[in-house]
Design a protein around this ligand. Structure first.
Ligand SMILES: NC(=O)c1ccc[n+]([C@@H]2O[C@H](COP(=O)([O-])OP(=O)(O)OC[C@H]3O[C@@H](n4cnc5c(N)ncnc54)[C@H](O)[C@@H]3O)[C@@H](O)[C@H]2O)c1
Length: 446
């Protein structure tokens, strides 16, 4: 039977194209919340579902919990009759399409943890009904949608491509990016079969400026991994080059600025104190894991991981050497880490290398504080239980440290004051290059 004649396909397609479909979003975090807002702005009725009761509560009140999204989004959703958020999984049965945006971390042995994805599929399966489109958005290895995600959904006897429809569409959210919003980033979509792909394309086409259909869920899953592995490997390469050029007394940032004037065939990547965020340090290892099942290795990824995870220790070693050259032992020094978030101008601290820096400086006998205008206080993360409160970034405070470590170059830092008052700055981001002449020996690259 031609799938256009399938009544479940036809009814769902009609609901989607008329804008009458109800769309569910599972997981209202960095990815799920802006996605829910995009579907809502496109005119769909949207139901957000999260196991964390704070998320629906905050959304009902209009209280911002991810600050980089601004306050208007929260006000709009709280005031809308077409948006609701809930912790009641039974209500997912009301939805015609459901996008799943739950975490995909690595466990303590560096193995992909798909438990959130599987649990979400099991939750949907409790109320799954013919005529539903179920889309996985969480980053993962190829075949997850076809195997781990699909299995629970079909367990009640509904078949993908006939009664239900399943697809993968990777999220490309870049929190804090001023040039792109959720809807202006092209949306790659791959179905487990043709009908699932067509329905997904129709769903996203109403909300996103450009939809990029691909031939399968596996291509879509792999495209996302390629994007993140590309970043991970290139960052590792410049981190390694930094170490090489440092040894030669050559300024890597000046080298990159010169190289980037080439109008073709070059894209700049920048070194730093290590990798952070929920994606780049983690996603590549999903492919490493899966590739073993196929008897092949992913050496670029593993080498990149090795180099990137060594970077915080390199920074600490370089700081120790530089302080020692100034007659000051690292042990007993007062160190201030500038920036706890993993990248500038946001409050996300997941996998931030600043935690490694703080822990390693402490291990070496330093008194360590941090300052971050976006993260006034720390809270336990999956990997770190540091209970710290940021210190104020005032002239008195800045003067009281033996070394400042620039880990995250937030625009909100008072750079002029820091350049004036700091005894000694170790700049891992090239953020203080413009003060080189003013600071002289007080500025050190690492
Ligand atoms: N953060 C990013 O910038 C980004 C960018 C691209 C892709 N991704 C990918 O998107 C996915 C989600 O990441 P995120 O950053 O939004 O994570 P997040 O931690 O910000 O949000 C996940 C949300 O899911 C909820 N949740 C967990 N288990 C659940 C369950 N069983 N049912 C319902 N809700 C549940 C959590 O309470 C949380 O609110 C990951 O796979 C990530 O790799 C993230």
């Amino acid at each position: 039977m031609d799938h256009a004649a399938n009544p479940h396909f036809a009814a769902l397609m009609s609901k989607i194209t008329s804008g009458n479909a109800k769309v569910g979003v599972i997981g209202l975090g960095y990815v799920g919340l802006p996605l829910a807002a995009a579907f809502h702005a496109a005119g769909y009725s949207v139901l957000g579902y999260d196991t964390d009761p704070n998320k629906p509560k905050f959304l009902k009140e209009g209280t911002p919990y991810l600050k980089h999204l601004g306050t208007d989004l929260y006000k709009t959703l709280a005031a809308s009759k077409k948006f609701e958020a809930t912790t009641d999984p039974v209500r997912l049965g009301e939805c015609d399409a459901i996008a799943v945006c739950v975490p995909t971390p690595l466990d303590q042995f560096h193995v992909p943890d798909l438990s959130y994805v599987v649990k979400s599929a099991e939750t949907i399966a409790r109320t799954v009904r013919p005529g539903q489109l179920l889309i996985l958005e969480s980053t993962t290895y190829p075949f997850t949608t076809r195997k781990e995600f699909r299995q629970p959904l079909e367990a009640k006897g509904l078949t993908c491509g006939k009664e239900i429809f399943i697809a993968f569409s990777p999220e490309r959210e870049d929190p804090g990016n001023k040039n792109h919003t959720t809807v202006t980033i092209p949306k790659v979509v791959g179905g487990l079969d043709k009908p699932s792909g067509e329905l997904s394309v129709a769903l996203y086409a109403k909300a996103f400026k450009q939809v990029v259909p691909v031939s399968s869920a596996e291509v879509a899953e792999s495209a996302k991994l390629l994007e993140n592995i590309f970043r991970c490997v290139n960052i590792a390469m410049v981190n390694e080059l930094k170490i090489v050029f440092d040894a030669m007394g050559i300024n890597i940032w000046e080298v990159i600025e010169a190289a980037r004037t080439k109008p073709f065939g070059f894209m700049p990547f920048y070194p730093g104190p290590g990798l952070g965020g929920h994606c780049i340090p983690i996603d590549p290892f999903y492919l490493t894991y899966k590739s073993k099942e196929f008897g092949v290795t992913s050496q670029f990824i593993e080498l990149a991981g090795l180099i990137n995870t060594r970077m915080p220790y390199y920074v600490v070693d370089r700081t120790a050497r530089a302080l020692s050259d100034r007659g000051k032992p690292l042990k007993g020094s007062r160190v201030l880490v500038l920036g706890l978030a993993y990248k500038p101008d946001i409050d996300d601290v997941r996998e931030s290398p600043s935690f490694e820096l703080i822990e390693e400086f402490r291990e070496r006998g330093c008194h360590v504080d941090y300052t971050d205008p976006h993260v006034p206080k720390t809270f336990p993360t999956r990997d770190h239980c540091l209970d710290l409160t940021g210190v104020p970034c005032t002239p008195e405070s800045i003067r009281s440290y033996d070394a400042l470590i620039v880990s995250t170059a937030h625009a909100a830092f008072p750079w002029d004051m820091i350049a004036k008052e700091a005894k000694f700055v170790v700049d891992t981001r090239g953020a203080m290059a413009r003060y080189a002449a003013q600071m002289g020996e007080r500025l050190f690259r690492a």
